[in-house]
Structure formats: structure tokens, C-alpha cells
Design a protein around this ligand. Structure first.
Ligand code: AMP
Ligand code: MG
Length: 334
């Protein structure tokens, strides 16, 4: 097949896929893979995006996240109250059974990632945000174990460099969004620019206030370009943070992880909760809703995050590309 024919071939497939994806979006209004119905508002928003997106992304309507039971999805347009969400729930799971379940979800992620990579058409961006000791590193370590590193990149965002500060605030994140076929993981993200930046007063208020809308636009651009955006907020209680900080102080092997600045940041607990609440409420959209994960119990947190990733990848339904004709009969010369 010539390059040109290949393009036409892709476009035809694209139409098929886009029709299928629209059906998927329509199904979002009802039961999807055993999940509770998403809100009508969410489903409407996702459908509206699916209608406009094919023109923008060459035939591929976006797939919206599929939160696992136990995760609290922040309703677009509503204000979330973090204090009202129990961080300690274990969802009625047994800790030992949870290990088996996690293994099973990892196997699903691995198989689906291989398809996503082979398909080379869409991508998945997974954002983790949490207060210090909230479990971002641990979740990434546990959930992505065994995933082919070629198809997955993890980025941890720290205090911006001088070069990064010379650019617009989204620049360093946009540089690292996943390309086609890839899973990108953000350990901290563009949300830091309305979290730590707000709490520590690093820019004037009108500057960070403007950013919620800019972030929504950024995520819409990504979604409309074939990237599904999954955003997890790992929700721990203030007591749990105390325990985790004490554990880091008590165990010498954990000292490398202990940052004395965390004790100072803890004094701003309420300000951080307020900033998280605002970010989650203002930036939960039908195409990229915020997912709150009860995260006091690490093993519970791991399975609901893994299940959500696996279910979302499954809903994306990535396909191996069609094999070239006539491979089976080929002979390799001596
Ligand atoms: P850690 O994730 O514990 O290694 O710490 C990274 C540090 O970088 C945290 O204290 C964050 O608050 C800080 N940080 C990340 N992004 C930004 C940002 N955009 N502006 C200022 N500080 C940031
Ligand atoms: Mg830290």
C-alpha cells in the first residue's frame, strides 16, 4: 500500500471508530461495564464533546474516564466538600483479596497498554495530585509495576526551574504530555500552579484565578486531540498524614523521604484543603472529571486506581493495527 492509500485507509477506519466512539459516549448515559450511571450532565457534556471532536482529531471521539466503584467523581459544575468524603473507607474489601485483585487489574492494564501502543492513535494522561505523604509515589510504583516502560513515561514535577519560570505556566507540562500510543503519568502536575502557588502566594491572586479556565482549556485541547485525561486526587485525613510523617521520622530507611519542610506545610493543612477543593470543583469537566480516591488505606487506594485505569483503557478499546497481507507465507533467506 502506498503512503497515500494508507492515509485513506486510516480515514475510513477513523469514521468507523468515530461512530463506535459516539455510541460509547451515548452509552455513558446508562450503565457502562457495570458502573453506576454517570450524571446526565456529565453524559451530555461527553456527548457534546464527542460530536465536535471528530473534526478536530481526524475521526476519533474521546473516551471519558470510567471511575471504579468507591471513587467519588466530582460532578462538573458542583462544589465538592472534601471533609464529607471518608478517606478511611476500605470499600468492604479484604486486604489479602485486594492483593489478588490488584494483580488482576495490572494484568489487564498491561494487555491493554500493549494494544494502545500498537494502535498508535490515542493516548492516556494520568494525573496524580495529593497533599505531602498522600501516596502519589506509592500508587505509581504499585499500579504500574510490570507495565512496558517503552509505552509509559512518568514525570515528577518539582519547583520550576528558572527556564520554566520564563515561560507560560503550562509550558513545562505541555512539553511532556503523552504522544500517540503512550501512557503519560504526572506525579504532581499543572494543578500545582493553583495549589502550592496559591497557598504560598507565589503569584498575585488575579494570576492564579485566571488559571482554572486556562487549565480547562488545556485539558479540552488534549482531549480533543485524542488524549483521555484521568485525574486522581488521593484523599488522606490529617491524622493519617501525621502517622505517615511520624513513620518517616521513626524509620531510618525512610529518612531520605522525609522533608522537614513537610512539617511547615502541614501547618497550612486547611489552606491546602481549600485550594484542592477549589481546583477539583472548578476543573472537573465532563471530558476530564476529577476523581477523589479515599487513600488512607494504601491497598484500597491501589485497587480502585488500577481498576479505573484498566476500565478506562478498556472503554478506549484500542485495536492492534491490521496486519499487512501475505506475511504468513513469507520465507526468510538463508
Ligand atoms: P516532592 O514531590 O515531595 O519531591 O516535592 C516537590 C516540591 O515541588 C513540592 O514541594 C511542590 O510543592 C513543589 N512544586 C511542584 N510544582 C510547583 C510549582 N509549579 N510551583 C512551585 N512549587 C512547585
Ligand atoms: Mg515531599
Amino acid at each position: 500500500m502506498t503512503k497515500k492509500q494508507g492515509k485513506h485507509h486510516d480515514a475510513a477506519n477513523g469514521q468507523k471508530d468515530s461512530a463506535k466512539a459516539s455510541q460509547d459516549a451515548a452509552r455513558g448515559a446508562g450503565l457502562v461495564g457495570g458502573h453506576p450511571p454517570s450524571s446526565a450532565e456529565w453524559a451530555r457534556g461527553a456527548e457534546a464533546l464527542a460530536e465536535t471532536a471528530p473534526a478536530l482529531i481526524g475521526g476519533y471521539a474521546p473516551t471519558v474516564p470510567r471511575p471504579a466503584p468507591g471513587i467519588v467523581m466530582v460532578e462538573p459544575g458542583k462544589t465538592v466538600s472534601l471533609a464529607a468524603i471518608d478517606a478511611s473507607t476500605d470499600g468492604g474489601f479484604d486486604k489479602d483479596a485486594a492483593k489478588e485483585l490488584l494483580r488482576a487489574e495490572r494484568t489487564r492494564i498491561k494487555a491493554l497498554q500493549e494494544r494502545l501502543y500498537a494502535e498508535h492513535k490515542r493516548s492516556l494522561l494520568i494525573v496524580f495530585q495529593a497533599i505531602d505523604t498522600g501516596g502519589k509515589d506509592g500508587t505509581i510504583r504499585n499500579v504500574f509495576e510490570g507495565v512496558n516502560p517503552q509505552g509509559c513515561r512518568v514525570w515528577s514535577f518539582k519547583v520550576p526551574s528558572a527556564e520554566e519560570l520564563d515561560q507560560d505556566f503550562l509550558w513545562r507540562y505541555h512539553l511532556r504530555t503523552p504522544g500517540r500510543g503512550m501512557i503519560g503519568v504526572f506525579n504532581r502536575s499543572h494543578y500545582e500552579d493553583v495549589l502550592v502557588v496559591r497557598v504560598k502566594d507565589l503569584v498575585p491572586e488575579p494570576v492564579w484565578r485566571e488559571r482554572y479556565g486556562l487549565i480547562n482549556g488545556f485539558e479540552r485541547l488534549l482531549t480533543a486531540s485524542g488524549t483521555t485525561v484521568l485525574k486522581f486526587f488521593l484523599h488522606i485525613s490529617k491524622d493519617e498524614q501525621k502517622k505517615r510523617l511520624e513513620a518517616r521520622i521513626a524509620e531510618t530507611e525512610k529518612h531520605w523521604k522525609f522533608d522537614p519542610a513537610d512539617l511547615v506545610e502541614r501547618k497550612s493543612w486547611d489552606a491546602y484543603q481549600g485550594a484542592f477543593q477549589d481546583a477539583l470543583s472548578r476543573c472537573s469537566t465532563p471530558y476530564a472529571p476529577w476523581l477523589v480516591v479515599p487513600a488512607n488505606r494504601k491497598w484500597y487506594r491501589n485497587i480502585v486506581v488500577a481498576r479505573t485505569i484498566a476500565d478506562t483503557l478498556q472503554a478506549m478499546d484500542p485495536q492492534f493495527p491490521e496486519a499487512r497481507a501475505g506475511i504468513s507465507g513469507l520465507r526468510v533467506d538463508d
